[in-house]
Write a protein that binds this ligand. Structure first.
Ligand SMILES: Cc1cc2nc3c(=O)[nH]c(=O)nc-3n(C[C@H](O)[C@H](O)[C@H](O)COP(=O)(O)OP(=O)(O)OC[C@H]3O[C@@H](n4cnc5c(N)ncnc54)[C@H](O)[C@@H]3O)c2cc1C
Length: 360
């Protein structure tokens, strides 16, 4: 029987691990499994932030050379798992930042298991989590920090060419020979779409940003970067009708229809990157606790991390369709661990957790 189990291995999960371990709760963290399915979905252990090549907005990590610090903080056997740093790279990458979080959590005593939780039983006072290999984990308290994953368009041609020119992760795939020095399309108009497009300009010959409206949804400062980038060409009022390709080459083009009455347009591109939002990783929780219509976990107590089940707390993007930032996820991981610690030690906190005041 565990005191507390944390499910998920992004900033929220590791920060919950740091706080729970420092509160002497000896947490167990289930980080996800290294499977082909998780690779395809973008839900491999270490979470979404580890897909980001540069993290400029996590406070405490300004530009500067931090190689020596990374060398001293991260264990040798884990260092080999990190993507290589570019020569003279400044600041920190997402993979390095999440690795530092993991190191810190493990340093204080967080134990880590590589497994996916595929089902839960929250009906008794002891919570049971069922792993993908049939393992049953029993615990008094749970922090769910399973994050969210990228959405795709849902076209059959998109499925056909996944990993053959269709991707949802520029940082993972942008540097592959398939995309290098070739024209690429990014679909979407929010912050993530602009980030993906900007990232791809490092390797692609030109990046078409395809948006179905006549202005970007991205925040002003991010949108300005796209509008003025010499390698980004924005195509307004366009929907993706088909991804074009063949068995030998994979993706060779994209067919776009107009939302403004213009004729269809075909672009020659070697890659199509979907950047059209996220799905919370909460499928295994359906019917087990309260979820929003979009699948986000509902927090039931104002300014707390309680869920509709006593002793089950939530942190990070799986409950957050608004902020979706690493630092916000880390902050809520801290809050969830503190709420869980109080739940375990204080009967009043238990009562509070049973108060069902909806905040969403
Ligand atoms: C390309 C990209 C760039 C980004 N850049 C930035 C940036 O520069 N700055 C910033 O602040 N934010 C950035 N973000 C957003 C940031 O990555 C997320 O807000 C943050 O990672 C959310 O953290 P999280 O802990 O909630 O979940 P995640 O990081 O999504 O981690 C959750 C992880 O939990 C595991 N998991 C999921 N389901 C299960 C299960 N059933 N059982 C066990 N384990 C499971 C998986 O390994 C999953 O990856 C970026 C996101 C993307 C996609």
């Amino acid at each position: 029987m565990e005191n507390i189990i944390i499910i998920g291995s992004g900033p929220a999960g590791w920060t919950a691990g740091i706080y729970a371990a420092r509160a002497s709760l000896a947490p167990l963290l289930i980080e996800g499994a290294f499977t082909a399915e998780n690779q395809e979905l973008g839900t491999l252990p270490m979470g979404q932030l580890s897909l980001s090549s540069e993290v400029e907005n996590f406070s405490g990590f300004p530009f500067g050379s931090i190689q020596a610090y990374l060398d001293s903080a991260i264990a040798h056997n884990r260092k080999d798992l990190l993507p290589p740093r570019e020569e003279n790279a400044q600041g920190i990458s997402g993979a390095e930042l999440v690795e530092l979080m993991r190191t810190q959590a493990v340093h204080f005593g967080t134990r880590v298991v590589s497994d996916d939780v595929v089902d839960v039983d929250f009906t008794g006072s002891v919570h049971k989590l069922i792993g993908s290999n049939g393992n049953v984990y029993e615990t008094k308290a749970v922090v769910i920090a399973t994050g969210a994953r990228a959405n795709y368009l849902g076209l059959s041609s998109e499925t056909k060419y996944k990993n053959r020119g269709v991707s949802a992760c520029a940082t993972c795939d942008g540097a592959l020979p398939r995309f290098r020095n070739k024209p690429i399309a990014v679909i979407g108009g929010g912050d993530a779409a602009v980030e993906e497009a900007e990232y791809l300009t490092k390797t692609a010959s030109v990046v078409y940003l395809i948006h179905r409206r006549d202005q970007l949804r991205a925040s002003k400062i991010v949108a300005q970067r796209a509008l003025h980038h010499p390698k980004i060409k924005i195509l307004w009022n366009r929907l993706t009708k088909e991804i074009i390709g063949n068995d030998n080459d994979g993706v060779t083009g994209i067919l776009l229809q107009s939302t403004a009455g213009e004729s269809d347009l075909t672009l020659d591109v070697s890659g199509v990157f979907a950047a059209i939002g996220r799905t919370p990783n909460s499928g295994f929780l359906k019917g087990k606790l309260e979820l929003s219509s979009g699948g986000y976990i509902i927090r039931t107590v104002p300014f707390r991390t309680n869920t509709s089940v006593s002793g089950v707390f939530v942190a990070g993007d799986v409950a957050d369709e608004h902020y979706r930032q690493g630092i916000a996820a880390a902050g809520s991981g801290c809050m969830a661990a503190i709420d869980a610690e109080r739940y375990l030690s204080c009967p009043d906190a238990r009562l509070l957790s049973e108060t069902k005041t909806q905040t969403h």
